[in-house]
Write a protein that binds this ligand. Structure first.
Ligand code: ZN
Ligand code: ZN
Ligand code: ZN
Length: 328
C-alpha cells in the first residue's frame, strides 16, 4: 500500500492491491469475553470503582498505517507518493461489550475522552506525524468494523483534506477580521437560537447552517481553543460537561437513526511547522476544535447531487427541533 497525492485537489489517498481480507463478522468479539484475541496494547485508562480499565488503545489488527520507518516522500514526474507511515489504533471506549457512549455514565464517557486526548498528545510528540484523526463509524451503512464499542485513531504524515480546508478558511477569516470564524459562528447561533441543540457549561451542540447530511450536528467549546487535547488538562469540570453533552447528543441522534459517522477535528501538529503551508502562525487563534456527527438516514440520496453538491433534505432548523424534543 502507498499514499498518492491527487495533483488537482491536493488530497492524499491510500491505495494499492495489498488489501487485507476483512475478517468475517461473527458474534464472537475479538476484544472481550472468551473469544478475545491478544492485542498489542498502547495505553490504558484505569477503571472506575475498582474495574481493571475503563478505556484503552490497541494497535489496529489490520493497520493501514505503520509506525516504523520514514515516509520516503518522492516525486514521479508531476506526481507525489510516499509510504503509509503513521499509526492506526483502535480505541476501546468501554470494557463492556454493550457499553456504548450513549448508554454508559458520564464518568465513563469522560474516561474515553481523556484517553483520546492522551493519545493525541503522545503522538504529536512524533514530528513525523502532521495530523491525528479520531473517528467513529457506527452501524453497517457507516462501515462499522468491530462489534465492540470502539473508535479509531490514525496519525498521518499529512493533514487530511477536509481539515486543510478548515485550516485555510480559518486563517483567511482571521486575516480580515482578526477573529476566529468558529467563535463567530457559535456567537451568532447562540444569539439567534434557531439551530442550537443544547448548551452544557462551556460546550454547545448545534446543527450547522449548511448541513452536508440531515441532522448533522457539531459540538464545540464555547471558549476559544484550537486543540482538543488541551481540554483535559487543568479544566477538570469541563470534560465532564463535554462527556455529558456528547452522550446526550448521541442519544438524541439515535432517536432518528442508529448509524452515524463521528469525527474529531483538532489542530494539526505544530511541533515542526511546515514552511510551505502558511496556516501555522495564527493557528492557535484562528482554528477551533470541534466534533462533527454525520448521521446516516434512510437514503433519499440523489446520487449525483449527493456526490458533487451535498443534498440534505431536512433543514437544520427542522432537524434541531426534532432532536431537541427527543425523549432522552
Ligand atoms: Zn466485546
Ligand atoms: Zn474560536
Ligand atoms: Zn471540522
Amino acid at each position: 500500500m502507498e499514499l498518492r497525492k491527487d495533483p488537482i485537489t491536493r488530497s492524499w489517498v491510500i491505495t494499492g492491491d495489498d488489501v487485507n481480507e476483512p475478517a468475517p463478522r461473527t458474534q464472537a468479539c475479538r476484544f472481550c469475553g472468551p473469544t478475545a484475541q491478544p492485542a498489542q496494547m498502547i495505553a490504558t485508562v484505569p477503571g472506575l470503582d475498582g474495574g481493571a480499565w475503563s478505556a484503552r488503545s490497541v494497535v489496529h489488527p489490520q493497520a493501514l498505517y505503520h509506525i516504523e520507518g520514514e515516509p520516503g516522500r518522492r516525486g514521479d514526474g508531476l506526481y507525489d507518493r510516499m509510504g503509509p507511515v503513521g499509526a492506526h489504533e483502535v480505541l476501546l471506549e468501554n470494557p463492556r461489550h454493550d457499553g456504548h457512549l450513549w448508554n454508559v455514565s458520564d464518568a465513563e464517557v469522560e474516561r474515553f475522552l481523556r484517553l483520546a486526548a492522551q493519545r493525541i498528545q503522545d503522538l504529536k510528540r512524533d514530528s513525523r506525524f502532521k495530523y491525528i484523526s479520531i473517528f467513529k463509524n457506527h452501524g453497517e451503512p457507516a462501515g462499522q468494523e468491530f462489534d465492540h464499542p470502539t473508535s479509531q485513531l490514525t496519525a498521518t504524515t499529512f493533514v487530511p483534506r477536509r481539515v486543510l480546508y478548515e485550516l485555510r478558511a480559518g486563517r483567511d477569516y482571521f486575516e480580515t477580521k482578526e477573529r476566529c470564524v468558529f467563535c463567530d459562528i457559535l456567537a451568532q447561533e447562540e444569539r439567534q437560537g434557531v439551530r442550537i441543540l443544547e448548551i452544557r457549561g462551556d460546550y454547545a451542540a448545534f446543527c450547522p447552517f449548511a448541513p452536508r447530511v440531515p441532522y448533522e450536528t457539531w459540538i464545540l467549546p464555547r471558549s476559544h481553543e484550537a486543540a482538543f487535547e488541551r481540554t483535559g488538562s487543568g479544566r477538570v469540570g469541563s470534560v465532564a460537561d463535554l462527556a455529558s453533552l456528547l452522550r446526550r447528543t448521541l442519544q438524541r441522534i439515535r432517536t432518528v437513526t442508529e448509524s452515524f459517522h463521528l469525527v474529531l477535528h483538532t489542530a494539526p501538529n505544530n511541533l515542526h511547522p511546515s514552511s510551505s503551508l502558511g496556516y501555522w502562525k495564527t493557528l492557535d487563534d484562528d482554528y477551533h476544535w470541534h466534533i462533527e456527527i454525520l448521521p446516516i438516514v434512510e437514503a433519499k440520496a440523489k446520487s449525483y447531487t449527493f456526490k458533487e453538491v451535498y443534498y440534505s433534505p431536512v433543514a437544520s432548523e427542522t432537524a434541531v427541533k426534532r432532536l431537541r424534543d427527543a425523549k432522552i
